[in-house]
Every structure is written in C-alpha cells, then in structure tokens.
Design a protein around this ligand. Structure first.
Ligand code: ZN
Length: 381
C-alpha cells in the first residue's frame, strides 16, 4: 500500500462501491435496507473517509470467482441477471430465485463486486496494513449454490487471495449472529486456518456445534439469547484473543456482522455496538495484516452506526457523543419499511453512533462453554 500513506505510515483502506446504494433484494427481503452506503455517507460526514483512504471495489470476473465457485453457478447468476429470472432447473440446482436468495437487478454484479473487494483486500495485504470491506462477509455462500442471502463467499475468496500472497496461517474470526457454514465448508479440514465463530444457538443454519472441532482448527461458540456486552467481554478475553494470539497468524480476517446487536430483527442476541468495536480493537495488535468485513445486519440504523464505528475504531478516531448535523442528516434520511421499529425510531438512532452499554450477570452457559474451548486451547498452544 505504498501509495496510501499519510506521514509515511500506512493508513487503513476502505473498500466500497456505489453499487450498494439503492440496491435491494426486494421490498420484503431483510436486505431491502441500505447498509454500505450509510457507512460511506456517515464516515464522509464525520470527515473520516478522505479520498486517500477509499478504494472503489473492482468487480470480480468469472475466472477469479472460479478459484472456489463452480463456473456453471457463476454463469447461472450472470444469466439470471441478464434475463431477470431463472428456470426451475437452475433454481433447484443453485438455490437462486428463492425467497431467501432472490433474483434482483444486480444479482451477479453486486456479489461479484463484494467478491472483487475481498480478492483485492488479499492483494493489498501482501504488505502490512488494515483493510475494511463492509460489503463483505457473505459467509453462507457455497461453491455451487446461494445460501442465506449469500451468493458468493467473499470471506473464503479473501482467505484464498491472502494465500496467493504467500500468507499461510490465517485466523478467521466471525461474530455474526449466524454460524459461518460456507467458510466452515471451505476450511474445516485446513489446520492452517483457524476458524472461530460465535453465533446464536438454535438458529439457522443450525451448524457450528460446540463439539465440532473440524481438524482441531474449528472453535464454535453457540450463544444463548440475551447475550450482552459482559458476556462478550469474557468471550473476547478468555477465548478469542488467546486463540488468535496462540495461533500466530500471518493475517486476521474478522467477519463483523451487525446482527448480534440488540435492535437487529434477525437474532435475539443483545449486544451493544460497543461489544463489536471491542473485538475489532482487541484483535488489531495481534497482526500486521488485518481485514475486517461486514456480514449480517438488518436494522438500517444499527448497522450503519455499528459499521461506521468499526471504521472509527480502525482509525483511532474519537467518536463524538452527539453527531454533527451532517451525520445526523444521514441517519434521519433512512427509512425501514415493513418493520414497526422503522415507524418510531428512538432519537439516539439519529444523534449518536455509540450505544449505551448492555451489561448484566455473566451467563453460566456462556462461562461453561468458554471454559470448554479454552481447555482445548491450552492443549494446542
Ligand atoms: Zn447473520
């Protein structure tokens, strides 16, 4: 990243695109809401995203996607976008044109852009640095089919891109409310990829059991509903940080889904956005090559505020207690049709980035499960 230095120090790079602005999976889909465009607009309104730190994501070409995805599946998505629909045969074969994975106007270009950003991130991290790609994190995508709103699996592509730079040991940490079944599918037998996922128990896709250790490289922590910041602080200190530092990775990839935040409609976890930022900050000193991706996040205010705060955290920016008018205007401009919380958003969704902390007594189940996984770590390292 020699061309992106301020005062001769590499600065974090934000990979974004205008393709996400106005793109929707459809009027009733959870991904009808704006997300990445909000983060870009808020970050610019706060003066945190100068041009030197911004890269427009390239769109991955089919040949680049085919390092993990089936060429027939890639072609089917291109055809679906061109024709605005799919045949029954392709729908069944590739799980596209369904309620979860609909055909929409940018159904190939949008995921190919996120994938292109992930591949580029791996190339940029041939040199030490920090890359933020909030459009990434589509951790359910499978080689030959769409899964859980995900068409291509950009975390997998990012890890393969890092590998191409000669980086072998990759720590992948995933704090989305859902288990990263697609990333697990790719690397569960690869001892040079640490896979650590925290996710709500008894929730789709229902993979990621506590006992599932892969080749010894997989650490799954299913979480009870109501998980709060105190629980997450314990998980960070006793599991995530010791696992990653003990693994001695050449690079870290963090999937920072925002659907474990309390106001998200797709989980019953109760984190504040501070808990996500603690993980982002905690991992930073453990590597000189750090890629942070987005993921789930379906409340347009929660995801915009949380992910803008992630960017602030990566840059060491002070987050103001009350947002300046330009930033407040971005949040007041959001709408969330079809959700009751969209009708009467509380005022702090407009005027702040930082949530109030969500504390409580540590859940005994969380403590017991962390103890179990920590015991495995002591044997490994
Ligand atoms: Zn999720």
């Amino acid at each position: 990243m020699a061309d992106r230095r301020i005062a001769d120090r590499p600065v974090p790079v934000f990979i974004g695109s205008e393709i996400y602005r106005g793109s929707s999976y459809g009027a009733w889909h959870p991904l009808r809401v704006p997300r990445v465009s909000t983060v870009m607009d808020l970050s610019r309104a706060l003066g945190w995203l100068p041009p030197v730190q911004y890269i427009t994501s390239p769109r991955a070409k089919p040949a680049a996607l085919s390092i993990w995805h089936d060429p027939a599946y890639i072609a089917a998505l291109q055809q679906a976008e061109a024709e605005g629909g799919v045949s029954d045969d392709l729908r069944i074969r590739h799980n596209i044109g369904t309620h979860a994975n609909p055909i929409f106007a940018e159904v190939f270009r949008r995921p190919a852009t996120s994938a292109g950003g992930a591949l580029l991130a791996g190339e940029l991290l041939a040199r030490p640095g920090v890359v933020y790609a909030p459009a990434g994190g589509t951790h359910h995508g499978m080689p030959d089919h769409a899964n859980g709103f995900c068409y291509f699996n950009d975390p997998v592509l990012a890890i393969l891109s890092l590998r191409r730079q000669g980086l072998r040991r990759i720590a992948y940490v995933d704090i989305d409310a859902h288990h990263c079944d697609g990333v697990d599918h790719a690397f569960r037998n690869d001892p040079e990829v640490l896979l650590l996922s925290t996710h709500e128990e008894n929730r789709w896709p229902r993979t990621g059991a506590l006992e599932d250790a892969g080749a010894g490289n997989v650490f799954n922590l299913p979480l009870p509903k109501g998980l709060h910041d105190g629980d997450m602080a314990l998980i960070l200190d006793r599991l995530i940080l010791p696992a990653v530092s003990g693994f001695r990775p050449d690079a870290i990839v963090l999937q920072c889904g925002a659907d474990a935040v309390a106001e998200d409609p797709q989980s019953r976890l109760m984190l504040s956005n501070r808990a996500l930022w603690s993980v982002v900050a905690g991992l930073r000193p453990l590597t000189d090559r750090y890629l942070v991706l987005g993921g789930g996040g379906y409340n347009p205010w929660s995801v915009g505020r949380a992910w803008t705060g992630v960017w602030a955290t990566l840059n060491g920016q002070d987050i103001p207690e009350r947002l300046p008018p330009e930033a407040e205007a971005v949040l007041r401009g959001l709408v969330w049709h079809g959700n009751r919380r969209g009708r009467t958003p509380p005022d702090h969704w407009f005027t702040t980035l930082r949530d109030a902390p969500h504390h409580g007594p540590i859940d005994d189940r969380v403590r017991a499960r962390v103890d179990l996984l920590a015991a495995r770590l002591r044997v490994m390292f």
